[in-house]
Design a protein around this ligand. Structure first.
Ligand code: PLP
Length: 327
């Protein structure tokens, strides 16, 4: 289905994302967020049949890589944005903006879908963010967020299309590919595509031999369909991996992913659940659904990947994800 979301298109994009922007973001986040560790696990390597480097974004202060985007944006904020930001999120971007807003003294309101995991809503409130639960999908919540920002005269932050956010997320892959030149295939979870767009720009600049493969849930394939058709598409959001479920493609990351991704895989709910269990047993790591999409993609890929890199992008497992570990 073709669908141009009126609120998630890049009308307010200030400048195109760039590798220089990622380098600047790495400087901006350094005082707040130290580099995360990357480890390998012989049991995991043996099970998958490839050497695997796991970048642990689950140890970030909010339990997910998204904090890099929020801290980058807060560092680059304009006087107008300092009065208050309204944004939209299924959970981890919400925590990121609440964390960054608190440390920068910027009030942040986050519109979240009514289906957002309770643990994430609670965490955002604990970080001092104002949560408004409106809309069944992220696209519906975004419409509420835009209207709210207009009513209050505040800046609406479009989480997928904002260059500062993409630059911040790209720093994950700057650290990973700089420290691990042995990686041959990088599997990147895709929701809005901001992290994957950052990965492509880093790869192009410092590791052009690396294949970058996007991974999304088959039940929530908006970014996949947008990438495949070359247009912004909407799609159902039917997955427990809430970070992968955006309901619509985002134009700015799509413009980078289109020619930049070497492949784009869809994984099933069962494959994501298997990957959750494998990360818990082989890598001593509690992940959330979106956080294991990279591993699920590596396992599902029919091409020989060589040395694999992926980030456990988030560890904010909700009660269902924790239950999946025993099933
Ligand atoms: C843990 C986690 N992984 C991956 C993603 C997808 O990231 P992006 O929206 O940058 O594609 C998200 C998005 O919220 C997330 O929370």
């Amino acid at each position: 289905m073709r669908h141009e979301s009126p609120v998630l298109t890049p009308s307010a994009v200030r400048s195109a994302p760039s590798f220089d922007g990622i380098l600047a973001a790495a400087e901006a986040i350094r005082p707040v967020l130290p580099p995360t560790p990357a480890w390998s696990y012989p049991v995991l390597d043996a099970r998958i049949g490839s050497h695997i480097v796991v970048k642990h974004e689950n140890v970030q202060p909010i339990g997910a890589f998204k904090v890099r985007g929020g801290v980058t944006l807060a560092a680059a904020r304009t006087p107008d944005e300092r009065r208050g930001i309204v944004t939209v999120s299924t959970g981890n971007h919400a925590q990121s903006m609440a964390f960054a807003g608190r440390s920068a003294g910027v009030p942040v309101t986050i519109v979240m879908p009514t289906s957002a995991p309770a643990n994430k809503v609670q965490a955002v409130r604990a970080l001092g963010g104002t949560v408004v639960l409106e809309g069944r999908t992220m696209a519906e919540s975004a419409q509420h967020a835009v209207a709210l920002a207009e009513r209050k005269g505040l800046f609406f932050l479009n989480p997928g299309n904002e260059p500062a956010i993409i630059h911040g997320h790209g720093t994950v892959y700057l650290e990973l590919l700089r420290d691990h030149p042995e990686i041959e295939t990088l599997y990147v979870p895709v929701g809005s595509g901001s992290g994957a767009a950052g990965a492509v720009m880093v790869r192009d600049a410092i590791a052009p031999h690396v294949r970058v493969v996007g991974v999304q849930a088959a039940g929530a394939p908006a970014a996949y369909r947008s990438w495949a058709s070359g247009r912004i598409e909407s799609a159902p959001s039917d997955t427990f991996a809430s970070g992968l479920a955006t309901g619509t493609g985002f134009a700015v990351p799509q413009s980078i992913l289109r020619g930049g991704l070497d492949d784009f895989l869809l994984v099933t709910e069962g494959e994501l659940r298997d990957a959750l269990r494998i990360m818990a047993s082989d890598a001593h790591t509690l992940c959330e659904g979106a956080g294991v999409a990279g591993l699920a993609g590596a396992i599902a890929d029919t091409r020989r990947p060589g040395v694999v890199g992926f980030a456990c992008t988030g560890g904010n497992a909700d009660a269902d994800e924790i239950r999946a570990l025993s099933g």
